[in-house]
Design a protein around this ligand. Structure first.
Ligand SMILES: [Cu+2]
Length: 175
């Protein structure tokens, strides 16, 4: 009984990053409403977008204005591997379109707003203020991502230590 509880406590906090399959079973395709798909979801730093597609489809990450205009000539990233994983590394909005002629105007476009991952307690090891400079020209954000990973490592460490301590408490009380 106590052992089962202990195992539960150790396993439960293991979920942090969420992997979102864009369009769910439909994937990245034409005739799908990605605006509806996004609504109601909260994307956090560390989450992953997975684009599944084939045929003529591609994935371009673009600026907001290019997203609005369905322009792909200045794409910040281009992918055509059919199974594209996008790591959401920073807070802000990321824009994706299919650059194939006619597809983006037909609705093959996705705007995802990413929020900072909420810390597990009141005190965070590495407090990251939401300091997103509101400049329009978004730089190709391939700068430094390790801080997020490091922060998440400490989150999980913290959770697991707390879980073990709590488990010992439960065992002590029950035994
Ligand atoms: Cu397409």
């Amino acid at each position: 009984m106590a052992t089962a509880l202990l195992i539960l406590l150790l396993v439960a906090p293991a979920v942090y990053a969420v992997e979102y399959t864009v369009g769910d079973t439909s994937g990245w395709t034409q005739g799908f409403d990605y605006t509806s798909w996004v609504s109601g979801k909260t994307f956090k730093v560390g989450d992953v977008l997975v684009f599944n597609y084939g045929g003529l489809h591609k994935v371009d990450r673009v600026s907001e204005s290019d997203y609005n205009n369905c322009a792909s000539s200045n794409a910040l990233e281009s992918h055509d591997d059919g199974n594209t994983r996008i790591n959401l590394k920073a807070p802000g909005t990321q824009y994706f379109i299919c650059p194939t002629a006619g597809h983006c105007p037909g609705g093959m476009k996705l705007a995802v707003t990413v929020v900072a991952a909420s810390p597990p307690g009141t005190n965070t090891p590495s407090g990251s203020p939401p300091s997103t400079p509101a400049t329009t020209g978004t730089p190709p954000s391939t700068t430094s991502s390790p801080p997020n990973g490091a922060a998440c490592f400490f989150c999980s460490l913290y959770y697991n230590v707390m879980a073990v301590l709590f488990s010992f408490l439960v065992v002590a009380v029950m035994g």
